[in-house]
Design a protein around this ligand. Structure first.
Ligand code: G3H
Ligand code: ZN
Length: 283
């Protein structure tokens, strides 16, 4: 069934595993991720960025597509449709009214007071509709970080204050993770993660899940991380499959013949992550 993230993440935090947020970019991504979740009997979060929603035809189309696939597949595992890095109250409101079951308001680039204000407004609307809310503090590296070029750690006291003043359901404190591939080994702030986890009591979210070694994943989970976001890894693995298929058969043009194999690759990648995160069998 379509659900918010709240119960999923509280259960994950309690039982020490993480639910994967896998970003969708098109029909094949959505099929692959839903199939993987059902096969693994795992809860799952479908991450939808504003750009991806625009690409696919809008928030409403995304909701209908997911609903239709779930009906077609007879999906039994909990599924959340989650706005990833929502850039404004308006974007979150649009997603909520289109039927999203969860939103992230990313006002992390704004001054703290403004972040609190915007986040609180989103929570008020979201909770009225039974929709869960994720907020962010600090700056995740990579793509998101086009302003300063540096990673800014979330401040523990601000995290506690944001949680208390807004009533969010989960918190993404930026602690050294990066969107897109890591240059070398990731260097995550586990000490800060532990402190923030304890101080807020919130299920924590780890952005930039692509390329994080299993030992770091396990450590993060042990410190209260209950949601891990993965996008790039599925993009890289499926693009590799498309390249291989087309290189092997230069005359091939039927999209089903290269997107089908790409879909299989995404499914395999997602299954691998679900097992790493410990969410398999937890639906
Ligand atoms: O919000 C999306 C995630 O943080 C994705 O990160 O593309 O590095 O896997 P990733
Ligand atoms: Zn992210």
């Amino acid at each position: 069934p379509l659900v918010s993230m709240t119960d999923m993440l509280n259960k994950a935090k309690e039982e020490k595993y993480a639910v994967g947020q896998f970003n969708i970019n098109n029909l094949e991504f959505t099929q692959a991720i839903l199939q993987a979740a059902e096969e693994e009997n795992s809860p799952v979060i479908l991450g939808v960025s504003e750009g991806a929603a625009r690409y696919m035809g809008g928030f409403k189309l995304v909701v209908k597509m997911v609903e239709c696939l779930m009906e077609e597949y007879g999906t039994t595992v909990p599924v959340a449709i989650h706005l990833d890095h929502g850039s404004s109250f308006e974007a979150c409101a649009k997603a909520i009214h289109a039927g999203f079951t969860s939103v992230m308001i990313d006002a992390s680039h704004d001054p703290f007071e403004q972040n609190v204000e915007t986040t609180a407004k989103v929570v008020e609307l979201a909770h009225f509709h039974g929709v869960s809310v994720e907020a962010e503090l600090g700056t995740v590296g990579g793509q998101e970080d086009d302003v300063s070029g540096s990673i800014i750690y979330a401040d523990a006291k601000e995290c506690a204050e944001l949680v208390e003043r807004t009533g969010i359901d989960c918190l993404a404190p930026a602690l050294g993770s990066v969107h897109g591939p890591y240059k070398g080994e990731p260097n995550l702030g586990f000490k800060e993660m532990e402190e923030i986890g304890k101080l807020t009591g919130m299920p924590l979210v780890l952005h930039g899940g692509t390329g994080i070694p299993v030992k770091d994943i396990q450590k993060a989970i042990s410190l209260g991380t209950a949601k891990i976001n993965v996008n790039t890894e599925n993009q890289i693995s499926s693009a590799k499959t498309v390249r291989e298929v087309l290189a092997e058969k230069p005359d091939l043009y039927d999209p089903r013949k290269y997107l089908g194999p790409a879909r299989d690759t995404i499914k395999e990648t997602v299954i691998g992550k679900m097992r790493e995160f410990g969410s398999s069998g937890k639906a």
